[in-house]
Structure formats: C-alpha cells, structure tokens
Design a protein around this ligand. Sequence first.
Ligand code: SF4
Length: 360
Amino acid sequence: MKKILDKIRNETKLTADELRLLLEEEDEGVLEQIFQEAYRIKLKYIGNKVFFRGIIEFSNICAKDCLYCGIRKSNKNVTRFKMNENDIVKSALWTYENNYGSLVLQGGEIESPGYAAFIEQVVARINAETRGGLGITLSLGEQTPEVYERWFKAGAQRYLLRIETSNEKLYQKLHPAGHNFQRRVNCLREIRKIGYQTGTGVMTGLPGQTTEDMVNDILFFEKEDMDMLGMGPYIVHNDTPLAKQVENFDKEKQFMLGLKMIAACRIYLRDVNIAAATALQALNPQGRELGVQAGANIVMPNITDTKYRADYQLYNGKPCLDENSSMCKGCLQRRIENINETIGYGEWGDSPHFFKRTKK
Ligand code: SF4
C-alpha cells in the first residue's frame, strides 16, 4: 500500500490491480491516508467548495421493476404520486431564490409522448421563470434520442443515468427480463452526444458484486468519459425481491465501501463532479460530510414537498423525510461549514471534466 500511496501523491495513474487493493483496504490508518489524498485531489481540481443541487423527486410512478428499488412498479405498498407542473415550478423557484445554483428533477422511468411533453414544458418554464439562472439536471431514465434532444433544447444541461453496475451479467440478475443493459449504455452515449454534461453511477456492495466489478465500474466511467458521478451504497428495501438475498446487512462495511469508492473515483478520475449521496447519511449520521472529505463535491438537499417524501423511498431508512426544504438547507449548510468547506451559493458548479473534454 505504501507504493500505491506514493503513486497517488505523485498523481501517477493507478493500475486496475492497485484500484482493487485500494477498495479492499481495511486498515483504519491507511484508509485515513487514502481519504486525505482523495480530499487533497478534490481541493486541487475543484477547490474547497461544495455545490448544492436541490433535488425534486416529483413522481414515484415507474414503469420499471428493478429488483432492489422501493418504488418498483410491482411494489403495492407505495402510494403513487406525481406533482403537477405548477408545484414543480414552485419548488424550482424556491431553489433559485435560495441561491442553490442548480436543481435535479428526478422521477420514476416513464416513456410516453405525454410524459415527454410534460417534462419539456416543465423545463422550459423553469428556464423562463429563472431567466436561465438555474442549472437543470434531469434524472429520468431511458428515453429515445429524440426525447433527450427535446429536453436539452428546452433548457436542461445535464443528465444523470446510473448504470448501477457495469457488469452486464450482474445487471441482468438485478433486473427482470425486458430491462436491457446495452440500451442503457446506448442511452448514456446518446445523452453525451447531444451535448449534456453526462453523469452515471453505480451501487456499491450489491449482492453478488465483486471488488473487480467495482474496479471495472471506475474503468467504465473513464471509458465512457463521464462528467458526473452519483454513487451510493446499496441499502436494502424490505419490499423488494433483492432484500431476500441479503442475510446480514453490515451497515458499517457498506458505508466504508461507499467512501472508498468515492475516494477511488476522485483519485483515478480527478476532475469529475462526484455526489455525496443521501444514502451515505442513511448509514452514518455524518455520511455526507465524510463523503465530501473522501473526495465528493456535490450535495443534493431534498426540496421535495414534505408530504411526498415518505412515498419516495428507494431504500430503507432514507433520512430527512420529515424536514422541509428550509430545514434541509440550514442543516446541510451547518454540516458543510463544520468541515471548513464553502458552499458555492449562486454557482452552477459545472463539472470541470465537461469543459476539458468539450474543448478538445
Ligand atoms: S431504480 Fe429507477 S427505474 Fe428502477 S424501479 Fe426504481 S425508480 Fe424505477
């Protein structure tokens, strides 16, 4: 590990085998050094800033049935909702007035002409009512290239489509027939080609996932030239088929793996935006701050109306269900300032990697 730490300090690219050793490391003292190095690289390439993305989880209606997800279409224990256009725009304006710089619109996956038109209209209205002042990220799953194009033209600049795992065989085990790994990869490529800042991500600690799989995930991010990463530890949701495959859910181990993956991505990819996922905080009260100290630079305060939050649970124990947007803002601000980071209020916090690759 000393040789690996020296290579990290010199910013010499790690091999796949070295990434594997990093992800398998368990010694607390060595891990502390790895996180410090990842944080140093974050400071060098991003600065001591954390950017907020206000996230509006506007609908839990989903046509898909991912075996790990609490809002999968077969889960009958969920009350389904979809916010209307005015309420989504109202939340977006709250984000703008509170100087967050950017927002994320996230919902279950629906492909239909009516849905495409609805999102197009919402994006166009947010853009018009903020005079183009908010960075808009969409996280709305697989769509046709034409739909991605329409939403881009309406004013969305970024798209997040998590691949969840880059191992096609594992992907098939986590999804029912009809969910197609290759289509997801093709969607990511289309999104990137259209001109979006493009993000993907994986879950770490999935049943059946190996450390090699996670190393390959990092290599996948590099090969697909991703600008943004949204990754989180897998957390069981009781009303899902995958929960039955998990015998002993080790919170601490899952948490550390999540941090190690953030650090490994920061060390290997350097200039991408990396989110400290809310799932980290579900496993550790200081999860998001520790995520930043392991190399993340994005935090996504929930700005969804409190009345909907309980029905948007992809996993057990999601935090902040009872808080409103203002409480989330104050709480996160304190958390970030406590670790001597600055919040990039009013800034979009675009991915430096995006500008580098589009200047080429
Ligand atoms: S992970 Fe996404 S696509 Fe899959 S069931 Fe959940 S909301 Fe739908």
